[in-house]
Design a protein around this ligand. Structure first.
Ligand SMILES: [Zn+2]
Length: 328
């Protein structure tokens, strides 16, 4: 133990950072258990990190939102609406830690001053669907035995769950929002591993939690991270502020190298971005990371590139939020 502590100290000193070892690791799949551990550590390590539980899933897992900064204005970044998209949780946790560290040391990131966090707080919801993530990672032993048969059936009889996208009870969380929900007719009529929209909007506990939370913090800008396809959706049914929203989306497109999707492709409805745009008339984006991978999670090998493309997105949007005109 002593030897280990000593090695850790040497490691920390070598990197000029005595008290803080890096918390978030990106070399193995990101799990709900890691999320909980990492949040506890980050909460201790950084003054400006505040962890809040905003709800629970159908199987009792916690849904967290983490505030970084002390700005009165807010933006929000959401990951893992979908089980097989936990790489977006990893991306947001890495972003949280890197920003928190630089902010505490009053440093810039690239050309962006982290002082922006004094004016605009960034809220991270790294894993909205921890039940779905845990199912997708084939950890069925962490669910009640009596639910297993239903899970296999919702998975089309397969016992490998790597394609799982829904929440723990077979609802597709990005088809649950009250914006064009009725017109969604292309999905299955019963719970399934993907695309089932639920009996009514806002039926899933995860969506009740996130919409109530959004109502509380009243964010200027919202982003939902998904995988895959390297594309940005930014508009829904020609919302009120096309010019303003396109300008912001273009900046994110330039940063990430992801093209903007053609609006009609996103007119299916029921999604977070659709709901945020139609409810708040403020900018929102769905950012799809990673090249297309079929019905599974993107491989860890894409993480480094996707991080490089996305690392400035949070601070850039915080700056945009500061400059947005006051709303009536
Ligand atoms: Zn998704």
């Amino acid at each position: 133990m002593k030897k280990l502590l000593c090695m850790m100290l040497v490691f920390s000193l070598q990197f000029g950072n005595v008290s803080m070892a890096k918390v978030v690791e990106t070399d193995s799949p990101y799990t709900y258990e890691k999320l909980k551990d990492d949040l506890e550590k980050l909460n201790h390590q950084y003054r400006a990190v505040k962890v809040k539980k905003i709800g629970e899933t159908h199987f009792g897992r916690d849904i967290y939102a983490i505030r970084l900064g002390k700005g009165k204005k807010n933006i929000v970044l959401i990951g893992a609406h979908h089980g097989r998209e936990w790489i977006t949780s990893m991306l947001l946790m890495e972003k949280l830690e890197v920003y928190a560290d630089l902010y505490q040391r009053k440093r810039e990131f690239g050309m962006i001053s982290t002082d922006i966090l004094n004016d605009v707080s960034i809220w991270f919801i790294p894993m909205l669907n921890p039940d779905g993530v845990t199912i997708q990672q084939n950890k069925l032993n962490l669910f009640p035995k009596k639910h297993l048969k239903a899970l296999v059936s919702m998975n089309g009889g397969l016992e490998n769950f790597e394609r799982w996208k829904a929440n723990g009870i077979g609802i597709d969380l990005n088809r649950q929002y009250p914006a064009g929900w009725k017109e969604l007719t292309d999905g299955p009529p019963v719970p399934f591993y993907q695309f089932y929209k639920g009996k009514r909007p806002l039926a899933a506990k995860e969506i009740k939690a996130v919409t109530a939370f959004i109502h509380d913090i009243d964010p200027e800008i919202a982003v939902a991270y998904h995988s895959a396809g390297r594309e940005i959706f930014w508009n829904y049914k020609n919302g009120k502020h096309l010019k303003r929203d396109k300008k912001i989306a273009k900046k994110i497109s330039t940063l990430t190298g992801y093209p903007l999707a053609k609006p009609p492709k996103h007119a299916t409805g029921g999604g977070f971005t659709d709901w945020f745009i139609t409810t708040y008339h403020r900018p929102a984006m769905t950012i799809e990371v990673s090249p297309l991978v079929g019905e599974t999670s993107p491989p860890l090998s894409v993480f480094k590139t996707e991080w490089e493309r996305n690392k400035y997105v949070g601070l850039t949007l915080a700056k945009e939020a500061k400059n947005l005109k006051k709303r009536k």
